[in-house]
Design a protein around this ligand. Structure first.
Ligand SMILES: N[C@@H](CCC(=O)N[C@@H](CS)C(=O)NCC(=O)O)C(=O)O
Length: 215
């Protein structure tokens, strides 16, 4: 058995991807051990009591939750920093991460769930639910477009956990065949194009496309 740290989870989860992007940005080697987001074993539930993916395992150190994992990795591998050092910017970065993990993920993953996950389970997609989710996503895109404005990154002057968290669920949106309308949300579209082209995102996206058969 490998003595590399383990990230439990499957690659197309926006939260597993968050952790994977942080790991890639920091150049940390690890093994991705597949755990599906449903029907987990009792053994996995002991590691991740909320029954969610991802979960980090490093020797006898166990840590569930993408936000906790990235914050931990920042302490063990400070370079490159993924959190701003300025207290106010730090607070804003945590806010964007929270917004992305809740409101944004909910808004943009319905299409992925219906068209990709349900297909894997031999179920029909609910296109009415997808259409409703696209309408519900509009104020979320309005908010992000306004926050990004003409900034390169969401907070401060460096790519941070805020950018990882906001960009990650849009990968699921794209896997589901959806894209953000650049005539309505030009700043958001330019921002996503910029960051999803980073080597960390690119290699994970390619791997996911191959696994999902979406390329
Ligand atoms: N706050 C958690 C959320 C993780 C999460 O919701 N993961 C989903 C997969 S994308 C999951 O495991 N869902 C299973 C469940 O909710 O039972 C994190 O950031 O890691």
């Amino acid at each position: 058995m490998s003595d590399k740290p383990i990230l439990h989870g499957v690659n197309a989860s926006p939260f597993v991807r968050k952790a994977r992007i942080a790991l890639a940005e920091k150049g940390i080697d690890y093994e991705l051990v597949p755990v599906m987001p449903m029907g987990q074993s009792a053994e996995y539930m002991k590691k991740s009591p909320l029954g969610k993916i991802p979960c980090w395992e490093e020797g006898d150190y166990i840590l569930p939750d993408s936000s906790c994992i990235i914050a931990y990795l920042e302490r063990t591998h400070p370079d490159p920093a993924l959190y701003p050092s300025d207290p106010k910017q730090f607070g804003r970065a945590l806010w964007y991460e929270e917004y992305a993990d809740t409101k944004l993920t909910e808004a943009v993953t319905t299409a992925f769930f219906n068209r990709i996950v349900k297909k894997m389970m031999n179920q029909e997609p609910d296109e009415a639910a997808v259409a409703a989710s696209l309408v519900a996503a509009e104020p979320v895109f309005d908010y992000l477009d306004g926050e990004i404005a003409d900034r390169e990154v969401l907070v401060g002057s460096h790519f941070s956990v805020a950018d990882i968290a906001v960009c990650s669920p849009f990968v699921n949106f794209a896997h589901a065949g959806e894209s953000v309308d650049g005539s309505r949300w030009p700043q958001l579209v330019a921002y996503l194009a910029r960051h999803l082209a980073r080597p960390s995102f690119k290699s994970v996206i390619e791997e996911e496309k191959a696994a999902l058969g979406t390329r």
